[in-house]
Every structure is written in structure tokens, then in C-alpha cells.
Design a protein around this ligand. Structure first.
Ligand code: DP6
Length: 335
């Protein structure tokens, strides 16, 4: 067998309605559905080469070897691909992010989306978008949302077959901008995987999950109606609910820094004064500030003036994961 390789590109995504807590942690079947927007301009490019001459899988991220746990997660996904393609060769995986890892932007979503597409393509599998999304989910839950383009909903489902993401609106449907205000470059002290595991220790998680279908509906409607006020209300509520669960877990997870809170306060006061803007925060201290493109430049300028803001990155809605030669995946094989 010759060396067979493929390169894929994927974007990270920002969740408007968050995934927090699993029904089945081994397959990342989430406790609730979620909705996100892909982030244009932020890119992970991954090349997978199946090479019969190597004796184990290898993984380099931004030119360096990774921690054993990260290699293990990559290996697990490659095993799944090898099983589907009935092949045995090990692979060399080389991944590059064009955004700093230490920026605290979830890189695992883009990473596992690009890995799933590149590995399945190199292995000769032609998977449709749904099955690629399912495959990416097994690497990292939120990665299933980086397979389709634009605004994406992850239907929670109940098992491996029916838990996957699909696009609800294309990237050009609504020109929203995510201005990511970095307040720290340190890696997160507690991984999302650990956080998902702890979610059920919070007495608030039951209420958060019970109300999730309502928030998903409002968020979906807000996107389809391009109704920023409605979006802002439900996005901030959902972020605050997730952080309420985090703070009340055992042990508690408090991801916010003083500067994160200062930005949240500033965003709320700008909105009270008439600027269409809202915030959302993932499992880290950096704040994603959403607004329509018309006001994005002035919002970014104001964010840069706040104490504690190190840098502001901006992203419009991004497209789907693609093979490097620019052919979006249109395969039809089921698994
Ligand atoms: C707070 O998808 O990173 O960003 O499946 O363990 O890799 P694993 O977790 P991950 O969790 C994402 C958590 C979040 C919210 C979200 O993106 O929905």
C-alpha cells in the first residue's frame, strides 16, 4: 500500500446555546442540543497520511508533539476510521492552527472536525455531512458543529446514530461578528471533558437541561428572523445558566477573571444605551462579544479600551469543513 494522505480545513465555532454535560461521555452524546456559529478566518489545517512503514500513530500540533492524552484522543478517532475503512495502517497527523492555542479559543472543535474529514478522505471513505459530523463528535463533542457551515444546530439525539449537527442558515444569511476579547493566554485549569463530567453535581443542571428546548427554539427563531434583540437575550441567558452550573458544581468551576466580569458589565451597558451587542463565554475567561457587522468596528475599538483586554480577534460566520482542494464534502456513504 502506498502512503495515502489528505488535508482538510475547519473553523472553530462559538456556541450560542451551550453543550454542557453528557448522557454518554464515551461517545459525547450531550445532555442537551446546542447551536453555534463557525468562525471565519480562524482555521485548523490538518494533514493525515496513512503510512504502512510506521509502527504507531503520530500527532504533531503546530510543529510540536502533544501530551499523551491528546495523542490518545486522536488515536481513538483514527481507530474508528480504520475500522470503517477496514484498513490497518498507522497515520502521521500534522495539524496547524492559524490562531494562538493559548488564546483560549476552543481548538478541539476545529481540530477534530479537520481530522475527521482528512482521515476519512485519506482512508477512501466518502462520508456524507451527517456521518462526518457523527465521526467528529466522537473526538470532541463541539467538533460535530464545525463540520457543517454557517449557523449550526447539534440535535442531541440519544445515541451514536442520531446525535449530529446540521446547518440551519448559511454563513451569508446574517452578517454577525464575534469579537473575541482575550483577557488571558493561559490554558484552562479544568478541561471541558472534566467539566461535562461534573455538570450533574450541580443542582441547577436539571433546570438548565429542562429549559434547553425552549432556549433552542428562541435562538433558532432569532437567527432565522435576524432578530438581534431576541438573540442577545437568549445567548446571555444560556451562557449565564451554564456558568451558574459550573460555579455550583462540586468541585466548583469558576472560569471568569475580574476582566471577564468587567467586559460583561460593559456589554450590558452598551446594549442599554442602544448598541446591538451581547456576550457569551465558554469554559475559559475570554469573552465572545456578538454584534451585527455594522457596529463591529466600533465595538472592537471600545473593547480594546477596557482594562484587562489583551487582544481582540474578530470573526464573521464561517463555512463548512472542506478538503484543501476546496471541494466541499458531498459524499453519500452511510455507516
Ligand atoms: C463550553 O466539545 O470542548 O465550549 O467533548 O469533552 O471535547 P469535549 O468538550 P467540548 O465542550 C465544549 C463546551 C463549551 C460549550 C460549547 O461549545 O457548546
Amino acid at each position: 500500500m502506498p502512503i495515502i494522505s489528505a488535508t482538510a480545513i475547519a473553523h472553530p465555532n462559538i456556541a450560542f446555546i451551550k453543550y454542557w454535560g453528557d448522557l454518554d461521555p464515551s461517545l459525547h452524546i450531550p445532555a442537551n442540543g446546542s447551536i453555534s456559529m463557525n468562525l471565519e478566518g480562524l482555521i485548523t489545517r490538518t494533514t493525515v497520511s496513512f503510512d504502512p512503514s510506521i509502527s504507531q500513530d503520530q500527532f504533531m500540533l503546530n510543529g510540536a508533539s502533544t501530551k499523551v492524552e491528546e495523542l490518545e484522543r486522536v488515536r481513538k478517532l483514527l481507530d474508528r476510521v480504520r475500522q470503517l475503512a477496514t484498513m490497518s495502517a498507522y497515520a502521521r497527523v500534522e495539524s496547524q492552527n492559524n490562531f494562538p492555542l493559548a488564546a483560549g479559543i476552543a481548538s478541539s472543535a476545529a481540530g477534530f472536525a479537520a481530522l475527521s474529514l482528512a482521515a476519512s478522505h485519506a482512508a477512501g471513505l466518502i462520508l456524507n455531512e451527517k456521518d462526518l459530523s457523527r465521526l467528529a463528535r466522537t473526538g470532541s463533542g463541539s467538533a460535530c458543529r464545525s463540520i457543517p457551515g454557517g449557523f449550526v444546530e447539534w440535535s442531541a439525539g440519544h445515541d451514536d446514530k442520531d446525535s449530529y449537527a446540521y446547518s440551519i442558515a448559511s454563513p451569508d444569511y446574517w452578517d454577525l461578528v464575534d469579537s473575541i476579547a482575550l483577557v488571558s493566554r493561559e490554558g484552562k485549569p479544568t478541561s471541558s471533558s472534566t467539566g461535562h463530567y461534573l455538570a450533574d453535581t450541580s443542582p441547577l443542571q436539571v433546570a438548565r437541561i429542562a429549559d434547553a428546548p425552549h432556549r433552542l427554539e428562541l435562538c433558532r427563531e432569532a437567527i432565522l428572523e435576524r432578530d438581534f434583540e431576541k438573540l442577545a437575550w437568549v445567548v446571555e441567558l444560556d451562557s449565564n445558566l451554564m456558568h451558574a452550573v459550573m460555579i455550583t458544581s462540586t468541585p466548583p468551576l469558576l472560569y471568569w477573571q475580574p476582566a471577564s466580569v468587567a467586559i460583561m458589565r460593559a456589554v450590558q451597558s452598551w446594549r442599554r444605551n442602544g448598541t446591538p451587542v451581547c456576550y457569551t463565554i465558554d469554559a475559559g475567561p475570554n469573552v465572545h462579544v456578538l454584534c451585527p457587522a455594522e457596529v463591529a468596528e466600533s465595538v472592537a475599538i471600545q473593547l480594546r479600551q477596557l482594562t484587562g483586554v489583551i487582544q481582540v480577534l474578530t470573526a464573521h460566520p464561517g463555512g463548512p469543513a472542506i478538503i484543501e482542494n476546496n471541494h466541499p464534502n458531498k459524499g453519500e456513504t452511510d455507516f
